[in-house]
Design a protein around this ligand. Structure first.
Ligand SMILES: [Fe+2]
Length: 239
């Protein structure tokens, strides 16, 4: 889960807790402890136009304010419905909510990582990774250029909407390139996988600027990839 997302959580009022008290018979103190957590849209660490010419300000604004916000809104709504269903002991309703939670929760998680994966060129965006991540990339993929080529190929070939990832497999201490469909987070491909770089290949991420030419978007996005962030995550998670 993105650190920014965790930091931005807030607790809803006590109305749902009281509903739970009636339904489940839990003590009031316990219910206060299990207050429902919801999420808010994280701020971007740069201006909407700061990633031009790789990604236009219009795309960034819509992507952040409309698309990501919608995932957050629908995730919170589903969480409230889940809380209600659990309190009522409504097992079918709990199961029915799983795909909505996965889609919108995944959308929130993925985009929270994506914004941190980007940085303006004047702030180091696009600068190749050094140190331990740079060495690991050379070891696993041959070179940084070979990794980019692999991710671009897999990202371009992904059918429909989804994400292409550079991840760390913490169990086997190795780097992996994976794709996920829709808004599935990387963790759905393996419990030990941690995202280092995630690139959104949904059309909403590039169509206004690149039309249907996803490969051009993938080619240009590397000029604003924040390898410093990826290196920090790698060092922390591989220690
Ligand atoms: Fe997106």
């Amino acid at each position: 889960m993105a650190m920014r997302a965790i930091a931005s959580r807030k607790t809803l009022g006590g109305g749902l807790s009281l509903l739970g008290l009636r339904a489940s018979g839990l003590g009031l103190a316990q219910l206060q402890c299990r207050g429902l957590q919801t999420f808010t849209l994280p701020d971007l660490p740069y201006d909407y136009g700061a990633l031009e010419p790789a990604i236009s300000a219009e795309i960034m604004k819509l992507h952040h304010q409309k698309h990501h916000q919608t995932y957050v809104t629908n995730y919170n709504k589903a969480l409230e419905q889940l809380d209600d269903a659990i309190n009522k002991g409504d097992a079918p309703a709990v199961v029915k909510l799983q795909s909505t939670l996965k889609f919108n929760g995944g959308g929130h998680i993925n985009h929270s990582v994506f914004w941190k994966n980007l940085a303006p060129s004047r702030e180091g965006g696009g600068e190749p990774p050094h140190g331990s991540l740079g060495w690991a990339i050379d070891t696993h993929f041959g070179s940084w250029e070979a990794l980019i080529k692999k991710m671009n190929t897999e990202g371009a070939a992904l059918q429909g909407s989804g994400w292409v990832w550079l991840g760390l497999d913490k169990e086997f201490k190795r780097l992996v390139v994976e794709t996920t469909a829709n808004q599935d987070p990387l963790v759905t491909k393996g419990a030990c996988l941690v995202p280092l770089i995630g690139i959104d290949v949904w059309e909403h991420a590039y169509y206004l600027q690149y039309k249907n030419v996803r490969p051009d978007y993938l080619k240009n996005i590397w000029s604003v990839i924040n390898w410093k962030y990826a290196s920090e995550v790698y060092q922390k998670e591989s220690a």
